[in-house]
Design a protein around this ligand. Structure first.
Ligand code: ATP
Length: 263
Protein backbone atom coordinates (compact mmCIF):
# COMPACT_ATOMS: atom_id res chain seq x y z
CA UNK A 1 0.00 0.00 0.00
CA UNK A 2 1.39 3.44 -0.90
CA UNK A 3 1.93 5.87 1.99
CA UNK A 4 -0.66 8.23 0.50
CA UNK A 5 -4.24 7.01 0.39
CA UNK A 6 -6.13 9.05 -2.28
CA UNK A 7 -9.45 8.63 -0.43
CA UNK A 8 -8.01 10.01 2.81
CA UNK A 9 -6.31 12.81 0.88
CA UNK A 10 -9.66 13.78 -0.68
CA UNK A 11 -11.18 14.08 2.79
CA UNK A 12 -8.29 16.34 3.85
CA UNK A 13 -8.83 18.50 0.74
CA UNK A 14 -12.42 19.25 1.78
CA UNK A 15 -14.17 21.60 -0.65
CA UNK A 16 -11.24 21.45 -3.07
CA UNK A 17 -11.37 17.66 -3.42
CA UNK A 18 -13.25 17.91 -6.73
CA UNK A 19 -10.39 19.84 -8.34
CA UNK A 20 -7.84 17.05 -7.94
CA UNK A 21 -7.64 13.53 -9.27
CA UNK A 22 -4.98 11.69 -7.28
CA UNK A 23 -3.18 8.44 -8.03
CA UNK A 24 -0.59 7.04 -5.61
CA UNK A 25 2.24 4.59 -6.29
CA UNK A 26 4.70 2.76 -4.10
CA UNK A 27 7.28 3.29 -6.85
CA UNK A 28 7.56 4.87 -10.29
CA UNK A 29 10.40 6.20 -12.46
CA UNK A 30 9.50 9.85 -11.86
CA UNK A 31 6.12 11.28 -10.88
CA UNK A 32 6.54 13.93 -13.59
CA UNK A 33 7.36 11.34 -16.27
CA UNK A 34 4.31 9.29 -15.27
CA UNK A 35 2.15 12.42 -15.31
CA UNK A 36 3.40 13.40 -18.78
CA UNK A 37 2.40 10.00 -20.10
CA UNK A 38 -1.06 10.50 -18.56
CA UNK A 39 -1.25 14.02 -20.01
CA UNK A 40 -0.50 12.64 -23.47
CA UNK A 41 -3.48 10.33 -23.01
CA UNK A 42 -5.69 13.32 -22.13
CA UNK A 43 -5.52 13.45 -18.32
CA UNK A 44 -7.36 16.53 -17.00
CA UNK A 45 -5.88 19.50 -15.17
CA UNK A 46 -5.67 18.70 -11.48
CA UNK A 47 -4.32 15.19 -12.03
CA UNK A 48 -1.79 14.37 -9.30
CA UNK A 49 0.72 11.52 -9.24
CA UNK A 50 2.37 10.82 -5.90
CA UNK A 51 4.99 8.14 -5.29
CA UNK A 52 6.76 6.83 -2.20
CA UNK A 53 9.88 6.04 -4.19
CA UNK A 54 11.24 7.28 -7.55
CA UNK A 55 13.84 5.29 -9.46
CA UNK A 56 14.70 8.28 -11.68
CA UNK A 57 13.65 11.46 -9.84
CA UNK A 58 14.70 14.56 -11.80
CA UNK A 59 15.89 18.06 -11.05
CA UNK A 60 16.82 20.71 -13.59
CA UNK A 61 19.29 19.92 -16.39
CA UNK A 62 19.14 16.19 -15.84
CA UNK A 63 20.17 16.47 -12.21
CA UNK A 64 18.95 13.86 -9.80
CA UNK A 65 16.31 14.44 -7.12
CA UNK A 66 16.76 12.04 -4.22
CA UNK A 67 13.95 10.86 -1.99
CA UNK A 68 13.24 8.13 0.52
CA UNK A 69 9.73 6.85 1.25
CA UNK A 70 9.28 7.84 4.90
CA UNK A 71 11.43 10.96 4.67
CA UNK A 72 9.93 12.57 1.55
CA UNK A 73 6.77 13.75 -0.11
CA UNK A 74 7.19 13.52 -3.87
CA UNK A 75 4.43 14.35 -6.35
CA UNK A 76 3.55 16.05 -9.62
CA UNK A 77 0.50 18.11 -10.54
CA UNK A 78 -0.87 18.72 -14.04
CA UNK A 79 -2.26 22.19 -14.80
CA UNK A 80 -3.32 23.81 -18.06
CA UNK A 81 -3.11 27.43 -19.16
CA UNK A 82 -4.34 29.29 -22.22
CA UNK A 83 -2.23 31.72 -24.26
CA UNK A 84 1.43 31.64 -25.19
CA UNK A 85 4.25 29.99 -23.23
CA UNK A 86 5.76 33.45 -22.66
CA UNK A 87 2.87 34.07 -20.24
CA UNK A 88 4.21 31.31 -18.03
CA UNK A 89 7.43 33.08 -17.14
CA UNK A 90 7.72 32.95 -13.39
CA UNK A 91 5.53 29.88 -12.91
CA UNK A 92 8.15 27.99 -10.92
CA UNK A 93 8.56 31.03 -8.66
CA UNK A 94 4.79 31.18 -8.10
CA UNK A 95 4.84 27.48 -7.21
CA UNK A 96 7.50 28.30 -4.60
CA UNK A 97 5.15 30.90 -3.10
CA UNK A 98 2.38 28.29 -2.86
CA UNK A 99 4.72 25.86 -1.13
CA UNK A 100 5.92 28.49 1.34
CA UNK A 101 2.35 29.60 2.06
CA UNK A 102 1.24 26.02 2.69
CA UNK A 103 4.17 25.08 4.93
CA UNK A 104 3.87 28.30 6.92
CA UNK A 105 0.13 27.63 7.28
CA UNK A 106 1.08 24.35 8.93
CA UNK A 107 3.32 26.21 11.36
CA UNK A 108 6.72 26.07 9.64
CA UNK A 109 9.12 28.92 10.34
CA UNK A 110 12.14 30.16 8.41
CA UNK A 111 10.90 29.19 4.95
CA UNK A 112 12.68 31.21 2.23
CA UNK A 113 12.81 31.18 -1.55
CA UNK A 114 15.82 31.17 -3.81
CA UNK A 115 15.60 32.13 -7.47
CA UNK A 116 14.43 30.44 -9.54
CA UNK A 117 13.05 27.25 -8.04
CA UNK A 118 14.30 26.32 -4.58
CA UNK A 119 12.59 26.35 -1.22
CA UNK A 120 15.12 26.86 1.56
CA UNK A 121 15.09 26.74 5.32
CA UNK A 122 16.95 29.49 7.14
CA UNK A 123 19.43 28.09 9.66
CA UNK A 124 21.19 30.93 11.46
CA UNK A 125 23.03 32.89 8.73
CA UNK A 126 22.88 29.97 6.35
CA UNK A 127 20.22 28.31 4.22
CA UNK A 128 19.54 24.66 3.46
CA UNK A 129 17.44 23.16 0.69
CA UNK A 130 14.07 21.92 1.94
CA UNK A 131 12.20 21.31 -1.30
CA UNK A 132 12.77 21.29 -5.03
CA UNK A 133 10.44 22.37 -7.82
CA UNK A 134 10.65 21.33 -11.45
CA UNK A 135 8.15 22.86 -13.90
CA UNK A 136 8.06 21.32 -17.38
CA UNK A 137 5.93 22.94 -20.07
CA UNK A 138 4.52 21.59 -23.31
CA UNK A 139 1.96 22.93 -25.78
CA UNK A 140 -0.89 20.92 -27.20
CA UNK A 141 -4.22 21.70 -28.87
CA UNK A 142 -5.72 22.52 -25.46
CA UNK A 143 -3.13 25.19 -24.71
CA UNK A 144 -0.08 24.93 -22.48
CA UNK A 145 0.34 22.00 -20.20
CA UNK A 146 2.44 22.44 -17.06
CA UNK A 147 3.75 19.42 -15.22
CA UNK A 148 4.69 20.74 -11.79
CA UNK A 149 7.00 18.36 -9.94
CA UNK A 150 7.60 18.92 -6.23
CA UNK A 151 9.84 17.09 -3.78
CA UNK A 152 9.62 18.05 -0.10
CA UNK A 153 12.06 16.69 2.49
CA UNK A 154 9.95 15.78 5.52
CA UNK A 155 13.25 14.96 7.16
CA UNK A 156 16.69 15.83 5.79
CA UNK A 157 18.28 13.35 3.35
CA UNK A 158 21.04 11.32 4.96
CA UNK A 159 23.08 11.04 1.76
CA UNK A 160 25.90 13.51 1.09
CA UNK A 161 24.86 16.34 -1.26
CA UNK A 162 26.90 19.29 -2.56
CA UNK A 163 24.74 21.88 -0.78
CA UNK A 164 23.22 21.94 2.74
CA UNK A 165 19.88 20.13 3.03
CA UNK A 166 17.05 20.37 5.55
CA UNK A 167 13.81 18.64 6.48
CA UNK A 168 10.42 20.09 7.35
CA UNK A 169 10.76 18.50 10.79
CA UNK A 170 13.49 21.10 11.49
CA UNK A 171 11.10 23.95 10.67
CA UNK A 172 8.32 23.08 13.12
CA UNK A 173 7.74 21.57 16.54
CA UNK A 174 5.85 18.51 15.28
CA UNK A 175 5.59 17.26 11.72
CA UNK A 176 1.95 17.01 10.56
CA UNK A 177 0.71 13.75 9.08
CA UNK A 178 1.74 13.52 5.39
CA UNK A 179 -1.83 13.65 4.01
CA UNK A 180 -2.27 17.01 5.76
CA UNK A 181 0.97 18.33 4.27
CA UNK A 182 0.00 17.26 0.74
CA UNK A 183 -3.55 18.63 1.08
CA UNK A 184 -2.20 21.98 2.33
CA UNK A 185 0.24 22.23 -0.59
CA UNK A 186 -2.37 21.28 -3.21
CA UNK A 187 -4.86 23.79 -1.74
CA UNK A 188 -2.27 26.57 -1.81
CA UNK A 189 -1.32 25.60 -5.37
CA UNK A 190 -4.94 25.86 -6.53
CA UNK A 191 -5.12 29.41 -5.17
CA UNK A 192 -1.78 30.53 -6.57
CA UNK A 193 -2.29 28.89 -9.98
CA UNK A 194 -5.78 30.39 -10.36
CA UNK A 195 -4.32 33.84 -9.71
CA UNK A 196 -1.40 33.09 -12.03
CA UNK A 197 -3.81 32.21 -14.87
CA UNK A 198 -5.23 35.73 -14.66
CA UNK A 199 -2.26 37.94 -13.78
CA UNK A 200 0.84 35.79 -14.29
CA UNK A 201 3.65 36.04 -11.75
CA UNK A 202 2.67 39.63 -10.88
CA UNK A 203 0.02 38.08 -8.58
CA UNK A 204 2.71 36.34 -6.46
CA UNK A 205 5.64 38.72 -6.83
CA UNK A 206 5.26 40.56 -3.52
CA UNK A 207 4.90 37.32 -1.58
CA UNK A 208 7.96 35.89 -3.34
CA UNK A 209 9.95 39.01 -2.59
CA UNK A 210 9.00 38.92 1.13
CA UNK A 211 10.56 35.47 1.40
CA UNK A 212 13.57 36.09 -0.83
CA UNK A 213 16.53 34.44 0.87
CA UNK A 214 19.28 36.46 -0.78
CA UNK A 215 17.81 39.94 -1.15
CA UNK A 216 20.72 42.42 -1.57
CA UNK A 217 23.29 39.65 -1.10
CA UNK A 218 26.41 39.35 -3.24
CA UNK A 219 25.89 36.43 -5.58
CA UNK A 220 27.44 34.74 -8.55
CA UNK A 221 25.50 33.37 -11.46
CA UNK A 222 26.91 30.16 -12.86
CA UNK A 223 26.30 29.35 -16.49
CA UNK A 224 27.92 26.19 -17.85
CA UNK A 225 30.99 27.08 -19.85
CA UNK A 226 31.23 30.81 -19.13
CA UNK A 227 32.83 32.83 -16.33
CA UNK A 228 30.55 33.45 -13.31
CA UNK A 229 28.64 36.72 -13.43
CA UNK A 230 29.02 38.61 -10.14
CA UNK A 231 26.46 41.00 -8.78
CA UNK A 232 24.07 42.05 -6.06
CA UNK A 233 20.76 40.28 -5.94
CA UNK A 234 18.14 43.02 -6.28
CA UNK A 235 15.08 40.75 -6.32
CA UNK A 236 12.73 39.72 -9.11
CA UNK A 237 10.45 41.57 -11.52
CA UNK A 238 6.82 40.89 -12.47
CA UNK A 239 7.95 38.37 -15.12
CA UNK A 240 9.94 36.35 -12.58
CA UNK A 241 13.29 37.49 -13.99
CA UNK A 242 16.13 37.90 -11.49
CA UNK A 243 17.37 41.48 -11.17
CA UNK A 244 21.12 41.38 -10.86
CA UNK A 245 23.01 44.61 -10.27
CA UNK A 246 26.37 44.09 -11.96
CA UNK A 247 29.40 46.28 -12.65
CA UNK A 248 27.89 47.02 -16.07
CA UNK A 249 24.43 47.87 -14.77
CA UNK A 250 21.20 46.08 -13.88
CA UNK A 251 20.66 42.84 -15.77
CA UNK A 252 17.45 40.84 -16.05
CA UNK A 253 18.19 37.14 -15.92
CA UNK A 254 15.64 34.64 -17.19
CA UNK A 255 15.65 31.22 -15.67
CA UNK A 256 17.34 29.32 -18.51
CA UNK A 257 20.11 27.04 -17.43
CA UNK A 258 21.81 29.09 -14.78
CA UNK A 259 22.48 28.50 -11.09
CA UNK A 260 22.73 31.11 -8.38
CA UNK A 261 25.26 30.88 -5.56
CA UNK A 262 26.29 33.23 -2.77
CA UNK A 263 29.52 35.00 -3.66
P1 ATP B 1 20.66 25.26 -8.31
O1 ATP B 1 19.71 26.26 -8.89
O2 ATP B 1 21.00 25.53 -6.89
O3 ATP B 1 21.85 25.03 -9.17
P2 ATP B 1 18.96 23.37 -9.24
O4 ATP B 1 17.75 24.24 -9.19
O5 ATP B 1 19.59 23.20 -10.56
O6 ATP B 1 19.97 23.90 -8.21
P3 ATP B 1 17.31 21.24 -8.68
O7 ATP B 1 17.08 20.84 -10.05
O8 ATP B 1 16.23 22.02 -8.00
O9 ATP B 1 18.66 22.00 -8.58
O10 ATP B 1 17.62 19.98 -7.75
C1 ATP B 1 18.64 19.06 -8.07
C2 ATP B 1 19.79 19.23 -7.12
O11 ATP B 1 19.34 19.26 -5.77
C3 ATP B 1 20.71 18.01 -7.18
O12 ATP B 1 21.77 18.29 -8.06
C4 ATP B 1 21.21 17.83 -5.74
O13 ATP B 1 22.38 18.56 -5.52
C5 ATP B 1 20.14 18.47 -4.91
N1 ATP B 1 19.23 17.48 -4.29
C6 ATP B 1 18.83 16.27 -4.77
N2 ATP B 1 17.95 15.68 -3.95
C7 ATP B 1 17.78 16.55 -2.91
C8 ATP B 1 16.98 16.53 -1.74
N3 ATP B 1 16.17 15.53 -1.44
N4 ATP B 1 17.08 17.60 -0.91
C9 ATP B 1 17.87 18.65 -1.17
N5 ATP B 1 18.65 18.72 -2.27
C10 ATP B 1 18.60 17.69 -3.13
Amino acid sequence: MPLIDPVLLKSRLGLLAGRFDVDAFEECDSTSSELMRRADLGAPAGTVIVADRQSAGRGRRGRQWLSAPEASLTFSLLWRFSGSPARLAGLSLAVGVALARALEGLGAQGICLKWPNDVLLRQGDDYAKLAGILVELASDRRGIQAVIGIGINLSAPTVELPQPVAGLDQAMAALPERHLVLAAVLSALAGVLDAFAVDGFASSKNEWQQRHAWQDAAVQLLDDGSAPLLGRCAGVDADGALLLETASGMQRIFSGDVSLRRA
